[in-house]
Design a protein around this ligand. Structure first.
Ligand code: NOJ
Ligand code: NOJ
Length: 645
């Protein structure tokens, strides 16, 4: 027992650590306030209008089947009263993430209806093919009642199954975390498995891009979505005691293919076979829909904070500066309206709300990553992006304690807010978001009340508020094999018959099991206000969670173990601002140091333990940093166990 540390334990007990993470914002208060105000008023409108487009309850979707998302209520010029697999999956990923962040029985019913509808839709024969060999899963859209659409169309589109798997995997993780593993296993997994089979079997075949125009090619967005789905699909399989060995063999090969889209000129060529420059919001959407809050700034997966994603952001955004009247006179480094690609002529080729908002979202994602990592690195690849925002930017790594970091961070925040302001400027006062807004006047155009536009508004608002989706395991799936091959495997497809979900699958009020990643993180258990039962009644979602860090480490008299990390609560990586743990539980057979710190629910933290000698000498744990996502459930206390590394 270290008597010295008992004093620390006492000091710790009276030191509540409840500060919120520091946000360094020096943006003009007026523009910041206007973005705050816009998002505060627009978010509930977006959620209501989005739900309005989903059958059968949605008033704007009359005639649509249960769980089927109409792309828009518009039935003429253009007729978007169909259900697209892509739009629906992106919409439901947004709904599931919203639900995970804040339990809602209404949203849960929508999610369950979606899953039931998708299980059926998978089996519907259509012009892309049938269910038995999986080919029918590549069909992009179906009639409002769930029957096959047989008109001519740009098909197949191979992003749909991957995006749907991602949405369903997110819900499965919530089910597991809340004790409903058998629901995930028996009802959701069979649907996911068909989609994963499709991806493993067809990823190396060409198809149409997400804009439904370029056929016979590969498309960045599609390949990025496929890679992500296979990585997280394999992980979910393991969690459920299933296997997806084909996911494991194919994912690295899909990542290989993804590398081919990078052009050494500093941007992503979004499609093969397009005859265009390739600068396309396709690539920005690819980065935001594969954002992993626990990832490093990896270029191989085009993470939002990677040099490639930033260089590409500049190339794509700049491609719209001179072609739209509403962008004229706006300087480099200041946000503009963003369309699909410069050569676009659909409805005259205009900015799209979802693309302007995606340009903002990529930057908010990057801010979250830099904040977690504790530094910003500028490379020769990203330098031009940075110079637009800060003319003296130079190649280097800037720790979060430096003033350069603060300057760069704030400049990106201001730039990101500008894209939201641009969309806000051209949003009618009632808050309706169509698909496009005129390149010359900013007036809304094309499909009214586009469901995807509303989903884009909700995700950008969440990221700006620091609310992140769960990690998909990017750090375990980002290494590009040295030899690439496009040989595939054949999948297996079986009807997933799901007609109802068990009642009362509400969040647990008690035990939650989570895992801290990092080299030595282990599973944890928690204490809650009451014990968990599979029919727990609804409970209050915790906003703050007391996280107890247990660290097994051998120390000698006079040494103190502290925890230090990315968040300001954890001292922003400053060793002098770390939190001392207590050795009150340290015995000769159990070298335990422990301490409890409160964090906002859902926060992703990175940390390490340090050993501070009595003369102040600091010894750090070895890399990598530990990463931990504070659970956003009803549990108000959790324990994370680590061993000195
Ligand atoms: C309809 C598609 O949905 C849209 O993306 C495309 O631009 C037009 N057809 C024109 O091909
Ligand atoms: C046309 C867009 O290009 C496509 O991406 C979308 O899926 C459909 N409209 C439906 O919104």
């Amino acid at each position: 027992m270290h008597s010295f540390s008992l004093l620390l334990a006492g000091a710790f007990a009276v030191q509540p650590i409840l500060a919120l993470p520091g946000s360094v914002t020096h943006v003009s208060d007026i523009s910041k306030r206007s973005v705050d105000t816009f998002l505060a008023s627009e978010s509930p409108i977006a959620l209501a209008n989005l739900l309005c487009n989903i059958g059968s309850a949605g008033a704007c979707a009359s005639g649509a089947g249960s769980g089927l998302v109409m792309a828009s209520p518009s039935k003429t010029s253009p007729d978007y009263f169909y259900t697209w697999t892509r739009d629906s999956a992106l919409t439901f990923k947004c709904i599931v993430d919203t639900f995970i962040n804040s339990y809602s029985a209404t949203l849960q019913v929508e999610i369950e209806n979606y899953i039931i509808a998708q299980a059926k839709l998978q089996t519907v024969s259509n012009p892309s093919g049938s269910f038995s060999d999986g080919s029918g899963l590549g069909e992009p859209k179906f009639n409002a009642d769930g029957t096959a659409f047989t008109g001519s169309w740009g098909r197949p589109q191979r992003d749909g199954p991957a995006l749907r798997a991602t949405a369903l995997i997110a819900y499965s993780r919530w089910l597991i975390a809340n004790g409903y593993t058998s629901t995930a296993s028996s009802l959701v997994w069979p649907v996911i498995q068909n989609d994963l089979s499709y991806v493993t079997q067809y990823w190396s075949q060409t198809g149409y891009d997400l804009w439904e125009e370029v056929g016979g090619g590969y498309s960045f967005f599609t390949v990025a979505a496929q890679h992500r789905a296979l990585v997280e699909g394999a992980a979910l399989a393991t969690q459920l005691g299933k296997t997806c060995s084909n996911c494991l063999t194919q994912a690295p090969q899909v990542l290989c293919l993804l590398q081919n889209f990078w052009n050494s000129g500093g941007y992503v060529v979004s499609n093969t076979n397009s005859g265009r420059t390739g600068k396309d919001a396709n690539s920005i959407l690819g980065s935001i829909h594969t954002f992993d809050p626990s990832a490093a700034c990896d270029a191989s997966t085009f993470q939002p904070c990677s040099d490639r994603a930033l260089a590409n952001h500049k190339s794509v955004v700049d491609s719209f500066r001179s072609i739209y009247t509403i962008n004229s006179g706006i300087a480099a480094g200041v946000a503009v309206a963003v369309g699909r690609y410069a050569e676009d002529s659909y409805y005259g080729g205009n900015p799209w709300y979802l693309n302007t908002l995606a340009a903002a979202e990529l930057l908010y994602d990057a801010l979250i990553q830099w904040n977690n990592i504790g530094s910003i690195t500028i490379t020769s690849v990203s330098l031009a992006f940075w110079k637009d925002l800060y003319s003296s930017a130079a190649v280097g790594t800037y720790a979060s304690s430096t003033s350069t970091y603060t300057t760069l961070y704030n400049a990106v925040k201001t730039y990101a807010d500008g894209f939201v302001t641009n969309a806000a400027t051209y949003t009618p006062s009632a808050g309706n978001l169509s698909e496009q807004y005129s390149r010359s006047t900013g007036a809304p155009l094309s499909a009214a009340d586009l469901t995807w536009s509303y989903a884009a508004l909700l995700t950008v608002a969440a990221r700006r508020a620091g609310v992140v989706p769960a990690s998909w395991g990017e750090s375990g799936g980002n290494s590009v094999p040295s030899t690439c091959s496009t040989s595939t495997v054949s999948g297996t497809y079986s009807t997933a018959s799901v007609s109802t979900f068990p009642a009362n699958q509400t969040p647990v009020t008690g035990v939650v099991t989570t895992t801290a990643s990092g080299s030595t993180g282990t599973a944890t258990t928690t204490t809650g206000t009451s014990s968990a039962t599979s029919t727990a009644s609804s409970c209050t979602l915790a906003t703050s969670v007391a996280v107890t860090f247990d660290e097994i480490v051998t120390t000698t008299y006079g040494q103190t173990i502290k925890i230090v990390g990315s968040d300001s609560i954890l001292g922003s990586w400053n060793t002098g601002s770390g939190t001392s743990l207590s050795a009150s539980g340290y015995t000769s057979s159990n070298h335990l140091w422990a301490g409890t710190i409160s964090f906002p629910a859902g926060e992703v933290i990175q940390y390490k333990y340090i050993n501070v000698a009595s003369d102040g000498t600091v010894t750090w744990e070895a890399d990598p940093n530990h990463t931990y996502t504070v659970p956003a459930t009803c549990a108000t206390a959790v324990t994370v166990s680590n061993t000195w590394q």
